[in-house]
Design a protein around this ligand. Structure first.
Ligand SMILES: O=c1nc[nH]c2c1ncn2[C@H]1C[C@H](O)[C@@H](COP(=O)(O)OP(=O)(O)OP(=O)(O)O)O1
Ligand SMILES: [Mg+2]
Length: 197
């Protein structure tokens, strides 16, 4: 048993859930929204923040608990920020492999120096479904897009994301190191400051 406050994570992405759970486990009794509902709200927002808020509200509604959502994605400079908020749906709903293949194809003629990109994460915490003042924290992680996949850790676009400081892809980082460097880690550090935990 724990006396920790309950918090529901408003995500159906196992990779994200693992990372968020690791970052929050000491401070909250963490539940996944999947324990309460398998329905995923449509991500109709035009920004990461809007989508994070709508996912958080939905999770708070179905669980009756405070909810934290993460809306995140990859913004590639030469593609004017695409795939951006559409990162999960870049190749339709065909999954990470198809998304990565599409991205590599879009960038096939783009030289190394012009392949800069950012991972972006918006976290939204609502105390209840109709919370008029969600807590919002964002994080950005600079990198560039490789010419082929490297590494097997992580999820999503990790095998294509080159982390210059570490001279490896994000999928070659240990989970512990990714959790210190990533867009999600930066947003979470701000959230912890806000919550003074
Ligand atoms: O650290 C990351 N490492 C690799 N890829 C990542 C990362 N962070 C976000 N991404 C990619 C995955 C997905 O293509 C999109 C998130 O889309 P996003 O809608 O926020 O999440 P999702 O639909 O997978 O799960 P859910 O909405 O239930 O939280 O960006
Ligand atoms: Mg999503």
């Amino acid at each position: 048993m724990t006396n920790h406050q309950k918090l529901v994570l408003a995500s159906h992405n196992q990779g994200k859930l693992k990372e968020l759970q690791k970052m929050l486990g000491d401070h909250f009794e963490v539940h996944s929204v999947a324990e309460f509902s398998s329905i995923e709200p449509e991500e109709t927002g035009l920004s990461f923040v809007e989508n994070a808020i709508l996912k958080a509200r939905h999770a708070a509604k179905v669980s009756g608990l405070p909810a934290l959502a993460d809306d995140s994605g990859l913004a590639v400079d030469i593609l004017q920020g695409a795939p951006g908020i559409y990162s999960a749906r870049y190749a339709g709903n065909a999954g990470d492999q198809a998304n990565n293949a599409k991205l590599l194809n879009e960038l096939k003629d783009i030289p190394e120096q012009q392949r800069t990109a950012q991972f972006i994460c918006a976290l939204a915490l609502v105390r209840h479904e109709n919370d008029p003042m969600p807590i919002i924290c964002e994080g950005i992680w600079q990198g560039s897009i490789l010419f082929e996949a490297r590494g097997t850790n992580g999820f999503g676009y990790d095998p294509l994301f080159w982390v210059a400081e570490q001279q490896c892809s994000s999928a070659e980082l240990s989970p512990e190191l990714k959790n210190q460097l990533s867009h999600r880690a930066k947003a979470m550090a701000l959230l912890k400051q806000r919550l003074t935990i």
